[in-house]
Design a protein around this ligand. Structure first.
Ligand code: ADP
Ligand code: MG
Length: 346
C-alpha cells in the first residue's frame, strides 16, 4: 500500500503536534463560522435559518479498501458523501468536522494525503473545516465526518414530502459507481495474483472516477434556487435507486411508477456492465454510491424540469395502495424491491 521507508512516525509528533500539523492549511471562509478549530467547541451562527446536521462513519475494510483507493481520494470522498446528505435536504453545506482513528501502520505522510483530499473538497464546495478528533486505532483506518448546513424552513425537502401526482426525477446518471467498483475489484484480483501486471483501466476514466471521486450535487441545489424549483421530497442516491425510491414512498405514504427505459445510464456504464455480464438496470437500481439526487416535484414544475439537461423524469408518484412498481422496457410491471430485483429474469 505505501512504503514506510523514510516516513515520519506519527508518535514523533504527538497528538497535539499532529492536529496542528494537519490543520495548519485550514482557512475559514464562511460568515456562519464564528470560531473554528482551537477551542473546546466551534461556534456557529445561522441567525434565523434552520440548522442541518449529518454524520457518517467510514471503516477500512468495510467502506473502503486501501488496496485501490488512493488516500487523497479517500479524504475527498469522505467529505463529498457527507455534504451530499445536506444537499439532499435542499440545504446549503457550510461546515464539516473531520475525525480520524489511525493504526500504527499509517505514517504522517499518509494522513497528510487524506487531509489534502479533504481540504480540496472543502475549498471546492465552500465549507469550513471547524474541528474533529484524532485518536490511535487498534486496527485499520477510521474516518468520521459530520457536515453542517442550513436552509429556510419552507425550503428544506424531507423524504416524507412526496404527493400523489408528483413527477419522480433524478439528477445525472446511475450505476456508474457500482460498475467502476467491479472494474477496480477485478484489477485488484489480477494484481493480487500477479503483482507484475499493472491495472488496466484504460478508457474507463468516467466510471472509475464515479467510484473513487464522487461529486455531491451542490450545483443542483443552486439550479433549484435559480429556477424556483421546490422539491416536495428528496434523498441522495447512496444505496441504489430502488432503495431510495422505497425510502421516499414509505416516508411519504405513497406509491410510484418507475419507467425502466427512462433510468439515465451512461454509455460507458452500460457497456462495461454488459462486459461483466451484469444488467445495467440492476446496477442502477441496486448499485449505489452514485450520490445523485432523487426528488419529486409537483406537476406544474414540469416546464421547469423538462429542459434541464441534467435532470431526468423517471416516473411519477401514485397513491400508496397502487404500490411501488417498475414498468420494464418490454412493458411488464414488476414490484420494486430494495434488493432481489436481481433475481428476476426478464
Ligand atoms: P479535546 O481534548 O477537547 O477533544 P482536542 O485536543 O482533541 O480537544 O482538539 C483540539 C482542537 O483541534 C479542537 O478544536 C478540535 O476540534 C480540533 N481537532 C482535533 N482533531 C482534529 C482533526 N482530526 N481534524 C480537525 N480538527 C481537529
Ligand atoms: Mg479531542
Amino acid at each position: 500500500m505505501f512504503d514506510n521507508k523514510d516516513k515520519t512516525e506519527i508518535n514523533e509528533l504527538g497528538e497535539f503536534g499532529l492536529i496542528e500539523y494537519l490543520t495548519k492549511a485550514v482557512e475559514l471562509t464562511q460568515s456562519t463560522t464564528l470560531k473554528g478549530i482551537g477551542d473546546d467547541a466551534a461556534v456557529l451562527d445561522f441567525s434565523n435559518k434552520k440548522t442541518l446536521i449529518s454524520t457518517d462513519l467510514l471503516l477500512e475494510g468495510i467502506h473502503f479498501d486501501l488496496r485501490y483507493v488512493p488516500l487523497k481520494h479517500l479524504g475527498y470522498k469522505a467529505v463529498q458523501v457527507n455534504l451530499s446528505d445536506i444537499y439532499a435536504m435542499n440545504g446549503k453545506a457550510s461546515q464539516i468536522t473531520f475525525s480520524i482513528g489511525l493504526s500504527s501502520k499509517f505514517p504522517l505522510e499518509a494522513v497528510e494525503e487524506i487531509y489534502e483530499g479533504a481540504l480540496i473538497a472543502c475549498k471546492k464546495y465552500e465549507v469550513d473545516l471547524i474541528g474533529g478528533d484524532t485518536s490511535a486505532s487498534a486496527q485499520g483506518l477510521v474516518i468520521s465526518v459530520t457536515s453542517i448546513g442550513y436552509g429556510e424552513a419552507d425550503a428544506i425537502a424531507y423524504r416524507s414530502g412526496a404527493k400523489e401526482g408528483d413527477l419522480l426525477c433524478v439528477s445525472g446518471d446511475l450505476g456508474g459507481a457500482y460498475v467502476g467498483l467491479q472494474l477496480l475489484e477485478r484489477e485488484k484480483q489480477i494484481f493480487l495474483e500477479n503483482p507484475q501486471i499493472q491495472p488496466d483501466l484504460e478508457g474507463k476514466d468516467y466510471i472509475v472516477e464515479r467510484q473513487l471521486k464522487p461529486e455531491a450535487r451542490k450545483d443542483l441545489i443552486q439550479l433549484f434556487e435559480t429556477y424556483g424549483i421546490q422539491p416536495h421530497a428528496m434523498i441522495d442516491v447512496s444505496d441504489g435507486l430502488a432503495s431510495e425510491i422505497l425510502h421516499i414512498c414509505k416516508a411519504s405514504q405513497v406509491g410510484c411508477k418507475l419507467y425502466e427505459d427512462k433510468i439515465p445510464i451512461d454509455p460507458m456504464t452500460y457497456d462495461t456492465a454488459r462486459e461483466f455480464g451484469l444488467d445495467p438496470t440492476v446496477c442502477a437500481l441496486n448499485g449505489g454510491e452514485d450520490y445523485e439526487l432523487l426528488f419529486t416535484v409537483p406537476q406544474d414544475a414540469y416546464d421547469k424540469v423538462k429542459n434541464q439537461l441534467d435532470i431526468t423524469i423517471i416516473g411519477y408518484i401514485t397513491e400508496e395502495a397502487a404500490g411501488c412498481e417498475m414498468i420494464s422496457k418490454s412493458g411488464n410491471v414488476h414490484p420494486i424491491t430494495a434488493q432481489g430485483w436481481n433475481a428476476f429474469k426478464k
